[in-house]
Design a protein around this ligand. Sequence first.
Ligand code: SAH
Ligand code: SF4
Ligand code: F3S
Length: 449
Amino acid sequence: MKKINSKRLFFANNAGKIYIETYGCQMNFGDSEVVLSILKNHGWEITQLPTEADLILVNTCAIRDNAELRVWGRLKELKFYKKKNPALIIGVIGCMAERLKEKLVEKEKAVDIVVGPDAYRDIQKLVALAAHGKLAINTLLSREETYAEIAPVRLDKNGVSAFVSIMRGCNNFCSYCVVPYTRGIERSRPHDTIINEVKELMLNGYKEVTLLGQNVNSYKDNEIGFPQLLEMVANLAPNLRVRFSTSHPKDLSDDVINIIAKTPNLCKAIHLPAQSGSTRMLELMNRKYTREWYLERIATIKRVVPNCSVTTDIIAGFCSETLEDHLDTISLMKEAGSDFAYMYKYSMRPDTKAHKTMTDDVSEDEKTRRLNEIIATQSALSLESNKRDIGQVFEVLVEGESKRSNLRMYGRSSQNKVVVFDRLETQVGDYVMVKITSCTGATLLGELV
Ligand code: SAH
Ligand code: SF4
Ligand code: F3S
């Protein structure tokens, strides 16, 4: 039992102001929007200022150790808000909440409530418990929960592009990965609720949706699989752009590639994380494909959809990775010619298969060295990819003013590359044609045509 504060007791039956902070992947950002929607229905008012909040929620990520360290640092800072406002309730939600459960409260006394990713409907009840000074923890995982009918409160600022969650959890158990433990088993959201959410977004002026899941290719709602869902969403309107993430290479089917080829508003961009270029490593990672399989998928994409961009994730220094394995990764990157990559040093996560059965035996220095080589390889590939676009014309969906100057705008091409150009008459949400005139490794620069 914690000390009961009378101002805090007020929140046992009343709503106040909620401030939420989100770490981690897009799924987590989507979840924050669901949590806000649930609390709003209980009367809570959303604030952008932690100083005026009665309830602060931190939606956390557990994917790598440094992601967790960031959250611990932030929780220490949030303690000071409590000094100024002792009635303040602080909650940790998301993947770290699921992984650490009551350990979070034990280690960080400022934490009042802990809520796992499948328990968000319970959040008002947990706030009331905390207001009474009681331990408020719910980290039960569910086999069914998809928050299917909850309309998320949209936090993305541009009002043009939105993320739509189509499934939760993951059944793949890659040996390095904590997600199946923090998010539970895979389940798909009923397709009609997805279609309704996208229609609602269109009514509110959105022009682009990204369908989200840890492995979207295994989406299944009775007879509707991922290819069917993609077609249904893309058929809603010809000027709605449709993207999706993430595809697992073992499940990316020819059907999906063919649908991308024949559907103009399905964006020509596939995020296909390789993780490693060594078949031995891929087997240890439990990825269920080989180097050759991955390269074959890339070759098929390039053959069927020649203007498709492909992006990837790479892990440096997984358990027992030799120099030869690492060089296989570098050569795979070059052969696949990824347009962009997220690149990470391997971080051993408790409870995973790697933690139980393997040794984290690549030294920190060597991981850093290998990661730097991977980053240098990708920088060269990204620059080459951008240079190939010079002289070409792309349709760009305008998302906002360029950070550097309000005389310029930025948006994205179908290939998901950022394009910056002179503003002239363009507005956010317009589709414009831009001819690329120059580039950096990260951005294309062009002029309206
Ligand atoms: N479901 C997605 C990825 C989710 S996590 C997929 O399978 O592609 C995002 C990325 O984090 C992964 O692709 C992987 O590259 C990286 N990652 C996951 N666990 C990691 C770990 N323990 N250490 C380092 N990187 C990790
Ligand atoms: Fe993690 Fe693998 Fe699932 Fe992706 S597919 S979330 S890397 S276990
Ligand atoms: Fe996402 Fe991090 Fe959880 S990447 S699924 S928030 S562990």
